[in-house]
Design a protein around this ligand. Sequence first.
Ligand code: AMZ
Length: 304
Amino acid sequence: MVRHAFVDEACHLQSLTHGVELRRRTEIAQEGSNDLRVAQVRDSVDEFVKPRCRFGAGLRRNYLSAGHISMLLCYFATMQVIPALDLLGDDAVRLEQGDYERVIFRQPLEEFMGRLVGTRPSLIHVVDLEGAREGALRPAMIERCREAAGSIPLQVSGGIRSVKAAQRALDAGAARVIVGTSLWDRDGALEEFADALGDQLLAALDVRDGRLAVRGWLERSSVTFAGALERCRAAGVARLHVTAIDRDGTLRGPDLPLYEVACASTIPVVAAGGVRDDADVAELERVGCEAAVMGLGYLSRLGI
Ligand code: AMZ
């Protein structure tokens, strides 16, 4: 298995001179010039569609040519690194440990997004900090991000407090959404979001001292990290977005034990908080994470 693709003989991947068999319904990803496409391996491999972000396997097989394997390697041989753009007002910012009083970086949205796009990431993480604090979605900001990001897909969060708001975020240009506060507010909400959004939902588990933080991390929820994992598993949540708040915006390195626990849930995990460099990304991959969000750590890649 190479990342989320099931490959019959992984050793074949060492040489691109052979094809490999992928199981029916496996999906492979292609990174084009600045676009991420997915080839659906069904009865043919020539169908390229927008990614659905879940990779499955069935019983029947399809043969994949060597030409396609190179695409597979491009995407799956390394873990996905997702640069972050946090919004406050009209600006891209970085906060230290999510504290709205400690803004350690600020740049106009379009300027910063342009620099991120220049690094050709496969996905960009957009958090509207204002939305998260005020509990209100700002679709116009998502549209601005969408426009500035061109064809690079966005995962969007902050202020999504209903399924309807999530739908608006998707309509405004998000490829998938991350929801925190509203999932934990009342019984049944998590299931509602998971059922309505499927693969387009990531559940935000923003963790401080073993409990979830909500409403822009200004409030401590009664929900524990362990309890949230269990509830997500039971609700069939497609993907987790786990943030170690004390590491966020600090460049102290990721909280690996936290992600080990998250990955034990068997739900795919996107890790955030303190990720500095490729070595940290490799460690996160080792503990089983699917992707890493980089905020402050990414600035050096941008020459900032
Ligand atoms: O930095 C913060 N203070 C902060 C932050 N980054 N507060 C919330 N968030 C992010 C969460 C999640 O992605 O990591 O906002 C999202 C949750 O928003 P909401 O509105 O659904 O709780």
